[in-house]
Structure formats: structure tokens, C-alpha cells
Write a protein that binds this ligand. Structure first.
Ligand SMILES: [Cu+2]
Length: 280
């Protein structure tokens, strides 16, 4: 299936507002100076409508791919009651060319109130995640299966550790001290990706025209359900809005995870203490 979106191609007849108005019509893109010029032009009632129609196609030419997701058949109370559709990762892999390398970027995943915040982050291959510890207790962050295994070790309150991810994949992150802490880092081999907010909306900016494989991940969706939703899309220069993506959580069974040694977390041992940790 190929999703297509019509390119915004409306052309208007220029008015008789003089040279300034004619110049505005010929603007190929909108720069900061153009915006300032457009604001000045907008004071002219004759060309106010001209400025409006000038800006609309220019914004569309940014080429964003946007849309909305929903989660269905969920056992999660927040999803059922509040329709929290956050944490869905959507990314676009070029289908007709190699994916360009992304400039290395850093994102933060806080350790705050015994929670990784945000719970889901997406980064391009080669990106780095900082893990500032904002709690008054020690934390750890590790992953020992799928994606890229790592362990940043035990670290003190008000300090931070970082990890660079050099392999694409889904990294499931845990804390070796607190069994309830978990997070997802999606490492994608493309510069074009987004994570849905609680409303389910997402926006991938500045996507060049071309053919792409649309990939999707959500931690409570079964891999076969996600594969079923993958699509080949053709993105026009004007960008496009995708149809609603409905993700079923059918088949998901939450299971406790092991600590970084592959063993159960010790009972009662997850309240900020850690073997060998200095007394606080
Ligand atoms: Cu912790």
C-alpha cells in the first residue's frame, strides 16, 4: 500500500499592490527577513490576503510528515482511562537511497523520583543519551538484551553518566537497584523520526521528498502487529499527513525483568540501597 498526499499547488493571481507585492509573490522560500517583510506588507489591507496565501504553501513546503496514533486493546489503566497514546516511535527509512548520516546529537533521560523521564526517547544512530540523576539516591542504568547492551554503573545523586549508541535497535533500559524502573531508547538509522505525545500526535519535520519505509515501535505491541502496520510511503515535497495508525496491544503480557546479573531483584532491596554504595 502506498499513501499519497496531494501537493499544495494553488496559485493565485497577483494583485495590483505595486512592486513590494510583486516581489513577495516571487519569494521561493520564507526566511526571517521574508517574515519581517511579510508582516510589514500585512498592514496593507489590499494585500493582507496575499500574505496569508503566500505563507500557507511555504509552511507546507517544510515537508513534515505528521499524523496520529492510537493504542487499542490495552490493559494499561492510563491508556484506557486517559487515552495516553504516548511513547510510540515512528521513523522513516529511505527506500530508494541510503540513509544519510545524522549529526551526533545528545538527548537527556532523567532519573527522577525513581523514574526514567521521558520513558521513551528516540535518537539517530551515533547519538548520545545523558542520564542525569536528580534523585537524592544512587541509580544505575543498564540494558542486557536486544539493541545495544550497556551498563553505566552505579552513580551518585546530582551526577550524570552518558552512553553513545552505535547500533540500531530497541534498547530496553533498567536500573539495577530499582526493579520498577524501565525505559526505552529507540536507536534508528535515519534522521527522520518522532515519538508520539499523549494525544497520539507526532510530527517528523523536514522530510525530503522520496520513498520511505514507515517503521513503528511500541513497547506493548507484539512485533507481528507492528510489522503488519509497516508501510511504503511516497512523501511529496509538501510533506504529508498520514492516516490514523491504530496499534493493538493484543497478546502483550507484562513480565518482570531480571537485574543486570540475570537474577531476580532482591526482595526489599530496591529502596535506594545498593551493595557497596556509600551511606547517604
Ligand atoms: Cu534506580
Amino acid at each position: 500500500m502506498i499513501w499519497l498526499s496531494p501537493t499544495f499547488s494553488r496559485r493565485l493571481n497577483s494583485s495590483d499592490c505595486g512592486a513590494a507585492c510583486q516581489a513577495a509573490w516571487r519569494l521561493p522560500t520564507v526566511t526571517r527577513a521574508d517574515w519581517q517583510s511579510a508582516r510589514r506588507l500585512a498592514t496593507c489591507p489590499t494585500i493582507r490576503q496575499t500574505v496569508l496565501f503566500l505563507l500557507l504553501p511555504a509552511i507546507a513546503l517544510a515537508g513534515s510528515v505528521s499524523g496520529e496514533v492510537e493504542l487499542t486493546n490495552s490493559k494499561d489503566a492510563a491508556v484506557r482511562k486517559h487515552r495516553d497514546y504516548s511513547g510510540v516511535v515512528i521513523w522513516l527509512e529511505p527506500a530508494d537511497r541510503a540513509s544519510p548520516a545524522s549529526p551526533p546529537k545528545r538527548v537527556e533521560m532523567l532519573q527522577k523520583e525513581k523514574t526514567f523521564v521521558p520513558h521513551v526517547v528516540a535518537i539517530a544512530l551515533g547519538g548520545t543519551v545523558d542520564f542525569p540523576n536528580l534523585d537524592p539516591i544512587f541509580h544505575n542504568a543498564f540494558s542486557n538484551f536486544s539493541g545495544q547492551p550497556f551498563d553505566i554503573g552505579l552513580y551518585a545523586p546530582k551526577t550524570s553518566r552518558a552512553m553513545t549508541f552505535k547500533h540500531p535497535g530497541i534498547v530496553r533500559v533498567f536500573c539495577n537497584i530499582h526493579s520498577t524502573m524501565s525505559a526505552i531508547i529507540a536507536v534508528v538509522n535515519t534522521p527522520w523520526f518522532a515519538v508520539s505525545v499523549s494525544s497520539g500526535k507526532y510530527n517528523i519535520p523536514s522530510v525530503p521528498a522520496g520513498e520511505y519505509h514507515l517503521r513503528i515501535f511500541h513497547e506493548r505491541a507484539m512485533p507481528e502487529n507492528l510489522r503488519f502496520l509497516e508501510r511504503r510511503i511516497i512523501v511529496p515535497e509538501s510533506g504529508m499527513a498520514l492516516p490514523l495508525i491504530s496499534i493493538s496491544e493484543t497478546g502483550f503480557i507484562p513480565a518482570p525483568h531480571m537485574n543486570k546479573y540475570g537474577k531476580d531483584y532482591p526482595l526489599g532491596g530496591s529502596e535506594g540501597t545498593y551493595p557497596g554504595a556509600p551511606k547517604q
